[in-house]
Design a protein around this ligand. Structure first.
Ligand SMILES: [Zn+2]
Length: 127
């Protein structure tokens, strides 16, 4: 595979159905004890994405209905989780006004450390 293009991975928000760059969404995963925030965005299991814009609009009817439709009996739990995320984000923004949604993904892979191996082995000739 050659010809790598710069591609921004998009994820769809469950509430507004917008496809956005991953940096603008939070991932929720369904764990054994209910829904949890997946900060890394790459944990295994069933995941659901929720954008920051909808995080700010949690109290609006459209978002509330989308949550109920998606999470059903877990709606209250997810809502509490999202409220926590929202206040955490608000605290972060208040602490450092410069903090924006800069993705923290490493742009390039680090240089692989090459260990010199002694491949050139010359066995004694028997005979
Ligand atoms: Zn959204």
């Amino acid at each position: 595979m050659s010809g790598l293009r710069r591609h921004v991975p998009l994820r769809r928000c469950v509430a507004c159905r917008e496809s956005l760059p991953k940096a603008q969404l939070e991932r929720l995963i369904r764990g054994e004890s209910g829904w949890a925030h997946d900060a890394s965005g790459r944990a295994g299991g069933r995941g659901t994405w929720f954008c920051h814009a909808c995080l700010e609009r949690l109290d609006e009817r459209s978002v509330t209905r989308a949550l109920a439709r998606t999470f059903r009996q877990d709606t209250e739990q997810v809502r509490a989780l999202l409220l926590t995320l929202r206040s955490r984000r608000a605290a972060l923004t208040a602490a450092s006004p410069d903090a924006t949604d800069t993705p923290q993904t490493p742009a390039s892979a680090r240089e692989a450390t090459v260990t010199p191996s002694n491949d050139a082995r010359h066995g004694g000739t028997n005979g």
